[in-house]
Ligand binder design. Structure first.
Ligand code: NAD
Length: 367
């Protein structure tokens, strides 16, 4: 299960779309179905006030369609706020393809998906997410211009994951500075959960800085590979949420900060790449604050990827990409200060600043 707020039995109790908490003012939801290729996808367009809805496509074997719908709704909503807080002129959208990326993803299916994206005439622009590769975006590019994250050889900005990892690293350093008084992570114990595209790159930054890095993943081969490459320690404890570390970096799934895990956490800082880390934004944001755990809002510090793909639309280069990702450090510190001043959680602070920007633009558009 990925980033679900509620278990399936709870989801069923309310109306399937408009009744869901995650629906939260979505502008449009598109269900895409193609028997020939086996494509079953959902595109969520949450908000287009600041610009076209840009967000990646995730391919995942969901337990049922409710989970897929809930996931896309949660993710597209997150994209709206991610772009808004990063100062990009983009709205929020996301897509999910239901299925196993390892066995069910074919070039035909990806191109058919691209045709559905094209039918939205640029209101939604897609990119890479879990289960997707740059080469998949290249296939989508064959049928629509409304795609980012294509290969550098084809004029794109390439794989966004290293920039995402760099932004997370910046956000983590800001959180460390706020909590520990120094932003240097040397000798800090950091647990990275999920060492995929982003997680591995984060491990590299951390080891270069001299942090003591622990890694966890469900993929044994990845663990051995990354451990060997960077000298990171494979976490072998019973329950990784109980790990005796300074910093917990969720880089796999959403909703890992929940009723079950929150009381076990020993880490004093949470800063990672996964989207929708708090199972319930309000309840778990407040619980973290009460426990004195500093939470760097996910949609703020994992914005490196969107900064990278936005370059393809705006035509800025690598230097500006890195400058923007580096600025995540300053924004993260601003958010912590804002939350202190306003006596709210860091997540609420980030959300309110993002919402203000959208509201301001909406008001200007009405004039
Ligand atoms: P990925 O698919 O490359 O890596 C995910 C890793 O997590 C894999 O190694 C997988 O084996 C592991 N994993 C899955 N379930 C796990 C579990 N239960 N416990 C431990 N490990 C588990 O994905 P990615 O591109 O590295 O993205 C990681 C997270 O960051 C995702 O939540 C994604 O939405 C988010 N994110 C990614 C980007 C980006 O640029 N790639 C940008 C923003 C946010």
């Amino acid at each position: 299960m990925i980033s679900n707020v509620l278990p399936f039995e709870e989801l069923k109790k309310v109306d399937p779309v408009f009744g869901q908490f995650s629906f939260d003012d979505h502008e449009q939801i598109v269900f895409c179905n193609d028997k020939d290729t086996g494509l079953k996808a959902i595109i969520g367009i949450h908000n287009t006030v600041l610009g076209p809805a840009l967000g990646g496509t995730r391919m995942w074997q969901y337990n049922n369609e409710w989970e897929a719908l809930n996931d896309v709704l949660r993710l597209s909503r997150g994209m709206t706020f991610k772009s808004a807080i990063t100062g990009l002129n983009l709205g929020g959208g996301k897509a999910v393809i239901i299925g196993d990326a390892k066995t069910q993803k074919t070039p035909e299916l990806m191109k058919r998906f691209g045709e559905f994206v094209h039918s939205l005439s640029g209101k939604y622009i897609t990119a890479e997410d879990v289960g997707m590769e740059t080469s998949d975006m290249d296939l989508v590019r064959e049928v629509t211009p409304y795609v980012t994250g294509i290969s550098e050889s084809k004029g794109g900005a390439g794989n966004p994951s290293p920039i995402t990892a760099y932004g997370v690293f910046m956000g983590m350093k800001a959180a460390a500075s706020y909590k520990f008084g120094v932003d240097n992570l040397e000798e800090k114990k950091v647990l990275v959960q999920g060492i995929g595209h982003v997680g591995e790159s984060l491990v590299e930054h951390l080891t270069n800085e001299g942090a003591e890095v622990f890694i966890a993943d469900i993929n044994e081969d990845r663990l051995l590979e990354v451990s060997k490459k960077y000298g990171a320690t494979i976490y072998t404890g019973e329950d990784l949420y109980e790990a005796d570390v300074d910093i917990y970096a969720p880089c796999a799934l959403g909703a890992t900060v929940n009723d079950d895990t929150i009381n076990k956490l020993k880490a004093k800082v949470i800063a990672g790449a996964a989207n929708n880390q708090l199972a319930n934004e309000k309840i778990h944001g407040e619980l973290l604050k009460k426990k004195g755990i500093v939470y760097a809002p996910d949609f703020l510090i994992n914005a490196g990827g969107i900064i990278n793909v936005y370059a393809e639309l705006e035509g800025y280069g690598k230097q500006e990409i890195i400058r923007k990702a580096e600025n995540i450090y300053n924004t993260t510190l601003e958010i912590f200060n804002h939350s202190d001043t306003n006596n709210c959680t860091s997540h609420e602070s980030a959300l309110s600043i993002a919402q203000e920007r959208i509201l301001k633009r909406k008001t200007e558009q009405k004039k």
